[in-house]
Design a protein around this ligand. Sequence first.
Ligand SMILES: [Zn+2]
Length: 389
Amino acid sequence: MKRRTWLGLAAATGLRAQFSSQERVKGVRETDLRLSDFEPRSMLRVKETRVERPKFPVIDFHTHLSWSPGPGKEGGPEFPARPEEILPVMQRKNIRMMVNLTGGRGPVLEEVLRVWHKPYPDKFLVFTEPWWNKVADPNYPKLQADEIERAHRAGARGLKVLKTLGLYLRENVTTGPLIKVDDRRFDPMWEVAGALKMPVAIHTSDPEAFFLPIDRFNERWEELHAHPDWSFYGKDFPSSRELHEARNRVMARHPKTQFVCLHMAIAEDLGTVSEWMDRYPNMWVEFGARIGELGRQPRTARRFFEKYQDRILFGTDAVPHGDEYPQQIFCDELYEIYYRFLETEDEYFDYAPARIPPQGRWKIYGLGLPDSILRKIYHDNAVRLLGLG
Ligand SMILES: [Zn+2]
């Protein structure tokens, strides 16, 4: 029966009023449940393993223990926490070392090193960041390369490039056309990082769904509604693929520089990432904030981890007090989830310490990696890349 005909009939017979009260009683109204109110409890009875400590000591290659001012801004570093708050968690979770990627540059970097690295040189390493505010300076290429050398002398152990490059940084820093990831003026920076054995931790693009309309087909609808500024759909943003291809050209052009593509490069498409890993021997990956992606394709992910076990780094993207993005909040539970994901074959568990899965409504499956691979991913690969004893 067509809707209009049915409604006409219902109104005529008084069925309509009767039906809506029945709806309420029988719970048919639950079909109109708001997504934000939906909290299904899994009825599965499957093995649940609590992994309080990892099998091997951990180097967390991707953390944010300080923030530096973004493009167009000035000022000192911000510290979401102090070492005294972080160290007990490291002790409990067997974390040997944390790499604080967002150390900034110049005086900001010096302050970050003073707070984190100098008092605890074996616990916290700090990376420097490019001097984006100078990008319009005609002398920028040399200036930037010199700045990396200065940062290295000050104690920075690598270079961090946020997704700012490709998605935010513009010709006049905050205005004008976007600057491409493979812009030639960065060439001396990539080269000097390689010469100084400073790995480049680079975040390019973002989840594929962030480049699509925020509509009912978008699998990260809730996350994009919580963070509308994370959407790169429309405007003058390049496509995700263009961003990755520009980054690939940078890796090809600087073969002696080691590039760690953060967040697995494209965690949703490990086939493509495999092709890149084969093509660029100086490409590494790190999986911070992406176990939600890896854990929903556990067989593909496990094959990837087996094949590229020497170029994968453990990272969480942890942010102390990062309550707005629970998949990254620094706490014991976050690490336990990562350890469970890597070490066990548990099925269908939460990828973040949150009431509702924050990056998409699914659960994950453990990889059950063997000890030989765990040891490399937790620790040995980072030791090799960072040149630690
Ligand atoms: Zn990060």
